[in-house]
Design a protein around this ligand. Structure first.
Ligand code: ANZ
Ligand code: ZN
Length: 872
């Protein structure tokens, strides 16, 4: 037979699938639903190889579940708002809308060339007014439900361009276009009240048993629950700036109160501001700290610094004990109360601080087995367990006992009618700021009226459509510069008013698109209850680990907020979640440091290992580390090139073959060629099998000889392992089983001669099963083979083969367990288990211990595959 020609075959099958609409999911399909979703792409212009991996993973599962009789929903759309479209407008003078939709058209064609079983009837882009209209409705509903609010927030302000900058537009603290040092300004911003669900979002993580543990850990840390206390320290009136006589701190270590050496407040704490009003040096320190930024990431990398305000705080358990109050650059205003008491002996940051400013330390927790008299702290804080020391009434207690004692005392102690302390659960999670001062996003549907303040755009007036006649000649938000768009009359009083020109964070667009896919045709509401409640949740979501925190958390919040506002019945959007690894490649660098692409170099076997040569000039190229494919490193491969050269099936097979899907896969030309050879091998074997199948009897033989039976066992064994492998997304393991099974078939075919009827029958069965097993991975080749084998219809519509369980080689055996000849139970052990392993398993059984009644074991007799008798 001829070589398999992917270039001819693949488009042909893609056309057939499309013409027959076989991947279109009907909402009224009575079969059990299965919703497979990969994170939808940003329409940057081209599909990259990471997309190919992502969508191939989902496609294998979708095709498998379809064959297993599910009503599979596998939709695709576009995460289409965002900054790059505006940058294109600035740099290339193309309208963001035109740029975006052109990119979508190009990328859709690319996706179609991969042969994905996608339901394109549900396609939408988040920049379609038909989509964001409903997002605006959700915003209105959230506003009415108290789930959206306005709040003062810090934003990046470019003082030269007089505009707000996105974080990506701040480079080394300077504006990307002006180069001016960026300032932090407080402005009114819209926020979603995700913190209302902090505890719930945390607790529900325990129910998500089909999520990777690492993703759950990341979410847990991000939510960051801490149990502690709010403690009100009194300020020494002689030192307090006017009016302030309290300093509230949040602590998780109130047991260490007697080890306190200082207090510290954030540079933007009101008390710091008050003190700075009278102290120019302090004002300078604060300004300097703010210049460096006060976000956690910045603080972590900075040297800890403080400034003594001269204010003294009074210890809650000793009115004569006064603690200096510092402004410190490591205290965050956004966490707790923006103030702490420092206990250097048991907190490394505090210890570094006192060592710098000479404030000393007193250990108050002594590790078990240490003599308190000789327990000193110098450079390393002790944060482990132990007993309280140097702590008056707490001495001798454990940390937990001390915490409880302190909590009880402070709760009941009253100053100025208020308790001095209260127990407090604190979360690191902040409300989600969604205002962006950008054009290419979903307009926030509110109007600002000088008389009525903030007025939501009435639902009936939605969508608030983005104007298309915008210009980008001025820095900042093109919406704001539009001559007419923002000028409207107030929906309430009819007076002159202005539209909100902020648009929504693009994370909002992706926080509910999965729900919209269930009924994208509904023009009047974001979802259709009867449909969304049946098709949600997503059964398997697949995407990159870079979205493991924010995107998934926002989606989880949105689903709850949509439930609270009556749009959906679910709390959790993704029953199964999977984070795929990256596609990585080595890098190539010329002597001058410039990167070159893999296509420009030739790899040769070198002295020890290999060397790279620049094709054009023959010069030596340095082979650099294996890194994530990126444009700047030029270590990318273009999916179009791969598909043109080898076909989509080869690309898909390669993507699935070497590594587990959650690990990085190293792109390798040799391995891609290996996949290509395997395709041709399968093609030959299926054609040979088809010849033999012609000799097979029409009905199933009554008995099978050794050859036939061996092949049938291999086929059903592979079927069993590939099925469960796909269900667990262990695709690389599936591929190994398929290869192994292929060898078994090749061996039988290789025997030559005229096969017996039962062998011919088994060959036909094996070939059919083989093709069905690789169909989810290489669907085009599978369709072609399906025809060769004379099967009717499309393999994409065929049912998954039935496993004959009695052909499966058992890998475990169950043995009867006797004690002194009397049956006491049974034990299941690996078929290959040796006697010592079997004996150990038997003797650990409770029933055996009971029957022995403490008597020593004299002998254990193992009758292979049948009985174990314990003689006591
Ligand atoms: C006294 C103390 C003694 C503390 C000790 C720790 C160890 P988590 O677990 O992350 O919630 N803290 C509180 N607010 C802060 C802020 N705005 N900026 C920087 N640090 C802050 O951390 C709680 C601990 O972090 C609190 O407990 C407080 O220091 C500090 F041996 O209080 B601790
Ligand atoms: Zn008004």
């Amino acid at each position: 037979s001829e070589r398999y020609n992917a270039r001819d075959s693949e488009p042909r099958w893609q056309r057939q699938w499309a013409e027959k609409s076989i991947f279109v999911c009907k909402n009224d399909d009575p079969r059990p639903k299965y919703y497979v979703l990969e994170m939808f792409p940003y329409p940057s212009g081209r599909i990259h190889i990471g997309h190919v991996r992502n969508y191939t993973l989902g496609d294998v599962l979708a095709r498998y579940m379809r064959a297993k009789g599910h009503n599979v929903m596998h939709p695709m759309g576009w995460d289409a708002f965002g900054l790059p479209a505006e940058n294109a407008a600035i740099e290339r003078k193309v309208a963001p809308k035109a740029w975006t939709y052109d990119n979508i058209a190009a990328m859709k064609k690319q996706l179609q060339s991969i042969g994905l079983s996608l339901d394109w009837s549900r396609e939408f882009a988040t920049c379609d007014p038909g989509y964001y209209k409903h997002q605006q409705k959700l915003f209105n509903d959230f506003l009415r439900a108290g789930l959206a609010e306005r709040e003062k927030r810090k934003i990046n302000w470019d003082p030269v361009d007089m505009t707000v900058l996105a974080n990506e537009q701040v480079i080394d603290g300077r504006g990307w276009r002006s180069g001016a040092v960026v300032e932090q300004r407080e402005m009114n911003q819209w926020v979603f009240k995700i913190t209302k669900y902090s505890q719930e979002l945390l607790d529900a993580l325990d129910t998500l048993d089909r999520w990777p543990d690492r993703v759950r850990v990341m979410q847990r840390n991000w939510i960051g629950r801490s149990e502690g206390m709010l403690v009100r320290f009194a300020l020494d009136p002689a030192t307090a700036p006017n009016g302030d006589n309290d300093l509230k701190v949040f602590t998780t270590r109130h047991d260490t109160l007697f080890g306190a050496k200082f207090m510290a407040i954030a540079p933007d704490h009101p008390l710091a501001q008050a003190a700075a009003a009278k102290n120019p040096k302090l004002a300078e320190f604060i300004a300097e700290a703010k210049r460096h930024g006060t976000a956690q990431e910045i603080i972590d990398t900075q040297e800890k610094q403080g400034f003594d305000t001269g204010i003294k705080a009074i210890h809650p358990f000793d009115p004569s004990w006064k603690l200096p109050v510092y402004v410190a650059n490591f205290v965050l205003m956004e966490y707790g109360t923006g103030a702490i008491f420092g206990c250097p002996a048991h907190d490394q940051r505090d210890l570094d601080f006192v060592n710098k400013y000479g404030l000393g330390n007193t250990p108050v927790v002594c590790p078990e087995g240490q003599d308190p008299k000789t327990f000193f702290i110098t450079d390393t804080a002790y944060d482990g367990d132990g007993r309280m020391i140097n702590s008056r009434f707490l001495d001798g207690m454990t940390i937990e006992e001390a915490k409880e004692d302190v909590a009880k005392r402070l709760e009941t102690e009253v100053r100025g009618n208020l308790p001095v302390g209260e127990r407090k659960i604190n979360f690191r999670l902040r409300d989600w700021g969604v205002s962006r001062q950008r054009y290419w996003g979903c307009p926030i549907p509110v109007i600002h009226c000088p008389k009525c303040d903030v007025v939501p755009v009435p639902d009936a007036d939605l969508p608030v459509v983005l104007p298309e006649d915008v210009t980008f000649d001025k820095p900042g938000n093109a919406l704001d510069h539009h001559p007419t768009w923002k000028h409207v009359s107030c929906p309430k009083c009819g007076g002159k008013a202005q539209r909100e020109t902020d648009t929504m964070d693009t994370f909002v667009d992706s926080a509910w698109y999965f729900a919209r896919f269930t009924d994208p045709w509904n023009e009047t509401a974001p979802t259709t209850r009867a449909i969304v409640d049946r098709l949600m949740p997503v059964d398997q979501y697949i995407g990159g680990v870079e979205h493991a925190i924010l995107h998934l958390l926002y989606a989880r919040f949105f689903t709850r907020a949509m439930k609270a506002t009556g749009h959906i019945a679910y709390d959790e959007p993704f029953a199964g979640q999977y984070t795929q690894g990256m596609v990585v490649h080595e890098t190539y660098q010329k002597a001058d440091g410039g990167y070159v692409t893999p296509a420009e170099v030739k790899i040769e076997a070198g002295g020890n290992g290999k060397r790279a040569i620049l094709l054009e000039t023959g010069e030596d190229i340095t082979i650099g580390p294996i890194e994530k494919m990126s444009k700047s490193r030029k270590n990318t491969v273009d999916p179009d090139d791969i598909i043109a050269t080898y076909g989509a099936d080869v690309a898909r097979w390669f993507m699935l073959s070497d590594s587990p899907p959650d690990r990085d896969v190293i792109w390798s030309d040799e391995r891609v060629q290996g996949a290509s050879r395997f395709v041709q091998r399968l093609w030959r074997l299926v054609n040979e099998s088809a010849e033999i199948a012609k000799m097979a009897p029409a009905s199933r033989p009554a008995s099978f000889g050794a050859d036939a039976l061996g092949l049938r066992k291999a086929a059903h064994g592979a079927l069993d392992k590939v099925s469960s492998g796909i269900e667990r997304l262990h695709f690389n393991v599936c591929l190994a089983h398929i290869r192994e099974f292929t060898n078994a078939l090749a061996e039988v075919l290789g025997r030559g001669g005229t096969p017996s009827p039962d062998t011919a029958w088994a060959v036909r069965e094996a070939a059919i099963i083989l093709v069905q097993l690789f169909a989810p991975m290489m669907p085009h080749l599978a369709e072609e083979c399906w025809q060769v084998l004379g099967q009717s219809g499309l393999i994409s519509e065929a049912d998954w083969p039935q496993i004959e369980r009695d052909l499966l080689v058992e890998d475990t055996v169950t043995l009867v367990v006797q004690v002194n000849g009397k049956k006491r139970g049974d034990v299941t052990v690996p078929r290959v288990a040796q006697n010592p392993e079997i004996e150990a398993a038997v003797l650990s059984l409770d029933a055996v211990k009971l029957a022995l009644g403490g008597k020593a074991v004299r002998k254990v007799i193992v009758v292979p595959m049948r009985i174990v008798n314990v003689v006591g």
